[in-house]
Design a protein around this ligand. Structure first.
Ligand SMILES: O=P(O)(O)OC[C@H]1O[C@](O)(COP(=O)(O)O)[C@@H](O)[C@@H]1O
Length: 436
């Protein structure tokens, strides 16, 4: 069956999807008891009894995990902690956007959504053909934007705006932070990379969405708005741009962070910080719902994989080259030889590191001192998540990623994260004086 294109940008209609297609998927004929079975399934996955939580970790009988949808998990959390109600709305909107982006990514080749986002240039400047030349659009960091970068950005931006729970947002694909006039009183601000690893998108290699939610100093936002006579500076899309510092908070201040990985499965992994676990939900294509698959993700204390772009090793600091050399020769603390695993999509490499352990890094080098990754919407949200799962993270000078105070929304930062013992071993190379 084919979904008309416009439906791709609409929130995936889980129950309608279920109603129209479950029979087909489950190969059920359409007689009465199948209808009852269908109704029971809808009932159970969406509403069901409150989820039993021990220390905020959903605790269910084996084999029952997948009856817990994201919606059910969040409503159970809110039933025991009303202060999470706004976060529930935000997470459900982020999940809806990720479902939509997952569909866009899966069908990119079918819908001609691969390739670069372009501008038609020079029609008037007397070009012979009279036809303009397509020129790749670039984001503020000078990177070519993929069509799916721009589409995913639109999907997530609108999903967050529509919640009415966010006063400010920043994205890798937006030159400036955007003030949401209709929600200046809201409690939260959000940062995101709508499609991370987009250099892999046209080859259908895993990509992902990274997000972070911070508590907001609303007064600051309102004052800025007031200072502009209840108006604001607007960008080409008439959106309010903001120069407030509400987004420039260290990662340790995050109220929630996570990613959604688009790969052989679509997996949403996040934490609400504090006493909440790092938890993972897999998109069930039959139900169109995220169902619980990873109730309490913990990074193994030690791994046997390193994940870094070794193509740049000749440009690295000697201490980093020394560390990687030692662990791959089996001359590190464990005397085990480490294997290299590198997808080139941070979300994919971090997801594997969260599950299997080891270390992922974007170390920076003599050419790019601060590496390639952005602090506010890549390094901080991912470090917050990995540390919440019992792992570690640091910058290439051995400092804490989560304590770096951003000076600008798009600033880059070096970043290492993974198993706590692996990060500590790396730090012993980066700051020998501190560790000896
Ligand atoms: O090409 P390099 O230097 O290995 O860098 C790869 C890194 O860059 C990224 O692709 C940056 O992501 P974007 O696609 O969001 O710009 C990361 O996903 C990945 O870890």
């Amino acid at each position: 069956f084919r979904l008309p294109f416009k439906d791709l940008l609409m929130p995936p209609p889980s129950s309608r999807f279920l109603k129209t297609n479950l029979n087909g998927f489950l190969g059920l004929g359409n007689n009465n008891n199948n209808k009852q079975e269908e109704a029971r399934l809808v009932q159970e996955v969406n509403l069901g009894d409150p989820v039993v939580m021990i220390n905020n970790v959903p605790t269910v009988a084996q084999g029952q995990l997948s009856t817990i949808t994201l919606q059910r998990y969040l409503s159970s959390l809110v039933s025991s902690d009303e202060s999470l109600r706004e976060m529930e709305g935000l997470m459900l909107s982020i999940a809806m956007a990720c479902k939509t982006i997952s569909t866009l990514v899966n069908r990119a080749g079918i819908n001609q959504l691969t390739g670069l986002e372009t501008d038609v240039m020079g029609t008037r400047s007397g070009s012979q053909s009279g036809k303009g030349k397509n020129k790749a659009k670039k984001n503020i960091q000078g990177e070519d934007q993929k069509k799916l970068d721009v589409l995913s950005n639109g999907v997530l931006k609108n999903a967050l705006k529509f919640t009415g729970k966010l006063g400010l947002l920043a994205s890798e694909e937006e030159d400036e932070a955007l003030l949401i006039e209709s929600a200046l009183d809201s409690r939260y601000v959000a940062v995101f990379d709508p499609l991370d690893g987009s250099s892999n998108i046209d080859a259908s290699i895993c990509t992902g969405t990274i997000f972070g939610v911070l508590e907001d100093d609303t007064v600051e936002l309102k004052n800025e708005y007031k200072r502009n006579n209840d108006d604001c500076v607007r960008n080409a899309d008439a959106e309010c741009v903001s120069s407030t510092e509400a987004l420039l908070q260290p990662g340790s201040q995050l109220a929630a962070s996570g990613y959604c990985m688009y790969s052989s499965s679509t997996i949403l992994v996040f934490t609400l910080g504090g006493s909440h676990p790092v938890i993972g939900f897999t998109l069930d294509p039959q139900l169109g719902e995220f169902v619980l698959t990873h109730p309490n993700m913990r990074v193994p204390k030690r791994g046997t994989y390193y994940s870094v772009n070794e193509g740049n090793s000749w440009l690295w600091d000697a201490s980093i080259r020394h560390y990687i050399d030692k662990i791959k020769r089996g001359e590190g603390e464990t005397k085990k030889r480490y294997s290299s695993r590198y997808v080139g999509s941070m979300v994919g490499d971090v997801h594997r590191t969260l599950l299997y352990g080891g270390i992922f890094g974007n170390p920076g080098d003599v050419k790019h001192r601060n590496g390639k990754l952005r602090l506010v919407y890549e390094c901080s949200p991912m470090s917050f998540l990995v540390e919440q799962a019992g792992g570690g993270s640091c910058t290439s000078d051995g400092g804490s990623v989560l304590e770096v105070v951003p000076e600008s929304v798009h600033q880059r930062s070096t970043c290492w994260l993974g198993s706590i013992e692996d990060v500590q071993e790396l730090k012993s190379y980066l700051t020998p004086e501190e560790t000896n």
